[in-house]
Design a protein around this ligand. Sequence first.
Ligand SMILES: Cc1cc2nc3c(=O)[nH]c(=O)nc-3n(C[C@H](O)[C@H](O)[C@H](O)COP(=O)(O)O)c2cc1C
Length: 237
Amino acid sequence: MRNGFIMKVLAINGSPHMDEGNTAMILNPFLEGMKETGSDVEVFYTRKLKIGACNGDMSCWFVNPGTCGQKDDMQMLLPKIKDADVIVWASPVYYHGITGPMKNVMDRQLPLHLLGTQMKPQKAVLVSTCSAWELSMFDSILLQMKTIYMRPDGSSYFAGALLRPMADGVKEMIKAGETGLVEGVFRAAREAGRQLAIEGMISVELQKQVSRELMPRDAYYKAAQMMMEQAQKAMKK
Ligand SMILES: Cc1cc2nc3c(=O)[nH]c(=O)nc-3n(C[C@H](O)[C@H](O)[C@H](O)COP(=O)(O)O)c2cc1C
């Protein structure tokens, strides 16, 4: 709750795997945590949306200020982005960045930039997963999000990031019944949702719990290599 009002949360999941994906494994408990506080949560999947790339003609600034010339699902999404108290960008890492469809949504927000200080204060959260063991794999996405949302006039800010490296390994650990450590990750994601709704930020401690080390680097890459070889053998059969 924010000052007794229900927070409006808009989450955009940019994974093509939607609710079956690694990103949803972290996003969904986080959103559950927010719902537990009474927040009004809406989730959209880029895979289900028809949102083209920005054509860069700047007509939303200079021809019809505030209106995009393209008629697609962004017409429905733009007012929701404008209205949200919290926007959650959830994407797997693709080549050190967000997925292509997610970038389209991000770019197509341009008409809102004209509103400047008329935009209500907004908090942004990044949820991301990747295959690599190293947390540094998220550096470029994190920098992008922080730079976008840390507006100097304070009208928006970056409230935290739930980053899960070694996400493919997490799925394998669950399959193998090694759920002890992994459950701690999901609990922390849920708690982060509650905390954001109540306190307005996600603590560094909870962010660290979501990203916590689940196995040594060498062991992870060895297991990943073995799985890759097995998959290649299966393909040849
Ligand atoms: C096209 C593509 C590019 C990827 N690039 C990276 C990458 O740069 N670094 C990385 O660690 N994982 C990379 N991955 C792996 C995904 O980030 C990882 O499997 C993620 O958890 C998938 O999330 P999802 O199941 O929600 O789609 C890539 C996967 C694909 C399909």
